[in-house]
Design a protein around this ligand. Sequence first.
Ligand SMILES: O=C(O)COP(=O)(O)O
Ligand SMILES: [Mg+2]
Length: 238
Amino acid sequence: MNSISLSRTRFDAAIVDLDGTMVDTLGDFAASLNRMLDDLSLPHVAPSAIERMVGKGSEHLIHSALVHVMASAIADANEADAKARALFDRAWERYQHHYLAINGRHSAVYPGVIEGLKALRAQGLRLACLTNKPTSFAKPLLADKGLDGFFELVFGGDAFERKKPDPLPLLKTCEAMGTAPERTLMVGDSSNDARAARAAGCPVVLVTYGYNHGEPVRGVDADGFVDSLAELAPAAAR
Ligand SMILES: O=C(O)COP(=O)(O)O
Ligand SMILES: [Mg+2]
């Protein structure tokens, strides 16, 4: 933890991101997207490219993957975008089908997550999970990985009118828990989480191992960085 402001703060609650923060879901994203692309008779997309597209919800991920695979055949960016839009409804239906069928099978909980969540709960913090993936994907994934018992609330990207990086989901989650944003710690892996937290008035810590749209995470404006959620316990206890 490299933050001075955090060490002076006491927290009542924490809001924890899912993909890239608690669970490495890149394998699930790759499997579902590539099965979807098979159904559309389109070429596969590499996990290294998918990693840069994750974090802004499934709609953004699907559209980005479609544009990415069509860019090799269609030189004009506007044309590729229009083609991706035309294919979207079918792609979304196929993606949902495949994601729900394999949810969690190609994913793993990051080291230190269970330890970190246990420590936060032991300090009396209330926990909510707030992700941009749909709630119907998030809840079974948390259950499959044995993480559901830590969270009194789970909100997906479809739970509110707008997704992170908009502050609305964080403000609504604080409201649902009855906690003040300045005493509610956001724990995430990307600039999406940090921007949402800053705008909501929540202190924010980012993990260094997540996705962050392919950009170095330490360049993001946050209150601290941790290499493992296990490092959060002493900060929360102060
Ligand atoms: O974009 C996603 O589906 C995952 O997003 P998350 O990092 O908010 O969990
Ligand atoms: Mg994330």
